[in-house]
Design a protein around this ligand. Structure first.
Ligand code: ZN
Length: 246
């Protein structure tokens, strides 16, 4: 049998995208040149100043590289002018709209096709809808990149999760805003870590139920319960990274 190598849907075909490659090289080169020009202002021995300037250059380049790559992925396909929304209604393309995302390098804009709900099902153009609902919009790319519920990269989510494990929300948000070029409030931190907490709780409950089930089965078979002696006492440690991994 002839097996064709399956092309993964949604894979970034960056290698073949010459214009993206060109953009990335240009962006990097121009900002490195800018850095070299500014080197004259630094005094020998000013490690703090040098570090700050290198970091700022790298962050700027990083943001532009992310934006260019995200845009290239969006431009690969011409967006459909109409589509069916999650609500079952016909949605019309409004245009390309930007969504600001916080990343560890700074804020970047994700440009993606944005659709608006027409409030009625396909083929019901003129009739008023029976189940009319509030006007709303949808951007399928948000789900694709995992940012439909918030405006943060996975790196930012992991960083705030780690910080929240050992400090208050307020402290964690302040530390993150201090370490990285981004703005985070305690409220935003809470919104980000809430799903993680819920996932952890679900995982813990599922594991407990499994243990009870096993214990029940063992008893019904009149066999000794084959659980580790400290199974119920042991605290479950779950790596936050494992939960965040998609
Ligand atoms: Zn709708």
């Amino acid at each position: 049998m002839n097996k064709k190598p399956e092309s993964k849907e949604g894979t970034l075909r960056m290698q073949t995208n010459e214009s993206l490659e060109k953009t990335l090289m240009q962006v990097t080169e121009s900002h490195l040149k800018h850095f070299i020009e500014k080197l004259h202002n630094l005094e020998v021995g000013d490690l703090k100043g040098l570090e700050a300037q290198v970091r700022s250059t790298i962050n700027t380049i990083g943001c532009l590289i992310m934006e260019a790559t995200l845009s290239a992925a969006a431009q690969e396909q011409t967006p459909a002018s109409q589509k069916e929304g999650a609500c079952g209604h016909k949605m019309r393309l409004v245009g390309m709209r930007g969504k600001r995302l916080q990343t560890l390098m700074g804020a970047v804009t994700l440009w993606r096709p944005y659709y608006h709900c027409a409030g009625r099902r396909a083929g019901e153009e003129d009739k008023p809808s029976e189940d009319e609902h509030a006007a709303h919009g949808e951007a399928p790319a948000d789900e694709l990149w995992g940012v439909q519920q918030h405006r943060c990269s996975v790196g930012v989510q992991q960083a705030i999760s780690r910080l929240c494990a050992s400090s208050t929300l307020q402290e964690a948000a302040e530390t993150l805003s201090h370490l990285f070029p981004l703005q985070m409030s305690a409220r935003q931190a809470l919104n980000l870590i809430q799903p993680v907490g819920e996932a952890l709780q679900e995982q813990e409950e599922a594991q407990q139920q499994d243990l009870f089930k096993q214990a029940g089965q063992a008893r019904s078979q009149d066999e000794p319960v084959s659980l580790p002696p400290d199974a119920t006492l042991r605290r479950m440690y779950v790596e936050i990274d494992g939960v965040m991994a998609r």
